[in-house]
Design a binder for this molecule. Structure first.
Ligand SMILES: Cc1cc2nc3c(=O)[nH]c(=O)nc-3n(C[C@H](O)[C@H](O)[C@H](O)COP(=O)(O)O)c2cc1C
Length: 316
């Protein structure tokens, strides 16, 4: 069951990608996931080339398995990170928060597999016509920058619209979510929020604790007026943001309040006035575990649940 178009295309054991997470998914987390049989991803985030380059150099010392580099297209350094991927012969580039159209040809020429994250059928179709290798259809349940459609509605529509492999993301944290993604036609899953609490994840302990303490309604959306909504856990920063919004603050004022706030939470552990980005599944996540255990548990549970449901249907 774990052999799918994704495992074959990327030469990995389990059809799971660890979502790139700005300022968080470094070489250590990515290598742990790759060594566990999934695809580990280093996040470029908003960081400058030298910062990301150090992580790419490091991962080569930690694993000989495939890994990817996530390029956040809103970053002012996106061009530099693409150049870095080409110079360092990174095997796979995943792009988030926009269209990577202008980079596709160069990446393909360099022999790099390219997998964009898409929030809609229109972008999925456009990406397929440019020749990308696969797509990640990410629903609004996810942590990070989000679109409008839910995973349940988006994934089957993207699957029907394209003929390249589709990976589901957003709201998947356990075997039940993985099984559902396969039922929707995905050939793999991308998981971010659950890996926030991986033992190898170097995010600040306060951040991990806030994810572990989250309940079903803790994750909310901030930043809609700026055109770049982000899913975060409710805290004082979120309330300040809402107050400013109600007072009719300008986009510049709202952006100023959010500037540097993810790094503040991730690195300094300021979970009160920092941005604690996480998805709606945070409420499902109850313990810190090594990445290998997380990957193994998701697929053991997934196989068991598919078998159980199949028997249940046969007995009807
Ligand atoms: C803290 C955090 C930071 C993220 N940063 C990025 C990013 O830099 N680039 C990107 O493409 N996606 C980013 N994402 C989205 C993830 O890669 C992944 O698609 C998403 O987390 C999957 O949904 P889930 O959170 O429900 O598991 C981020 C998600 C989280 C939780």
């Amino acid at each position: 069951m774990t052999k799918t178009a994704l495992t074959q295309m990327l030469d990995i054991q389990y059809p799971i990608i660890q979502g790139g997470m700005a300022w968080i998914s470094d070489a250590e987390l990515a290598a742990a996931v790759s060594n566990a049989g999934g695809l580990g991803v280093i996040a470029g985030g908003n960081a400058e080339r030298h910062f990301v380059e150090a992580q790419v150099d490091k991962i080569k010392t930690l694993t000989d398995k495939p890994y990817a580099l996530n390029v956040m297209l809103l970053s002012p350094f996106a061009d530099d990170i693409i150049e870095l991927a080409i110079d360092k012969k990174v095997p796979i580039v995943i792009t988030g928060a926009g269209s990577p159209g202008k980079y596709v040809e160069r990446l393909k020429e360099a022999g790099i597999k390219i997998i964009p994250v898409v929030p809609s059928v229109a972008l999925a179709r456009r990406m397929e016509s440019l020749g990308v290798d696969a797509l990640i259809a990410e629903g609004t349940e996810a942590g990070g920058h989000i679109g409008e459609l839910t995973t349940m509605a988006l994934v089957p529509q993207v699957v029907d619209a394209v003929s390249i492999p589709v990976i589901a993301a957003g709201g998947i944290a356990d075997g039940r979510g993985a099984a559902a993604a396969f039922m929707l036609g995905a050939c793999g899953i991308q998981v971010g929020t659950r890996f926030l609490v991986a033992t190898e994840c170097n995010v600040h302990k306060n951040y991990k604790d806030m994810v572990l303490d989250a309940k079903d309604t803790s994750a909310v959306v901030s930043g809609r007026p700026t055109g770049h909504p982000v899913r975060i856990l409710k805290n004082k920063l979120y309330r300040q943001y809402c107050d400013l919004e109600k007072k009719g603050a300008s986009v510049d004022e709202l952006e100023a309040l959010g500037a540097g706030s993810l790094r503040r939470a991730v690195v300094d552990g300021d979970v009160v006035f920092g941005s604690v980005t996480a998805g709606q599944v945070a409420g499902l996540i109850k313990k810190e575990q090594p990445a290998k255990e997380i990957v193994g548990e998701i697929f053991d549970e997934c196989e068991a649940i598919i078998e159980k449901q199949y028997r249940w249907l046969c007995d009807k």
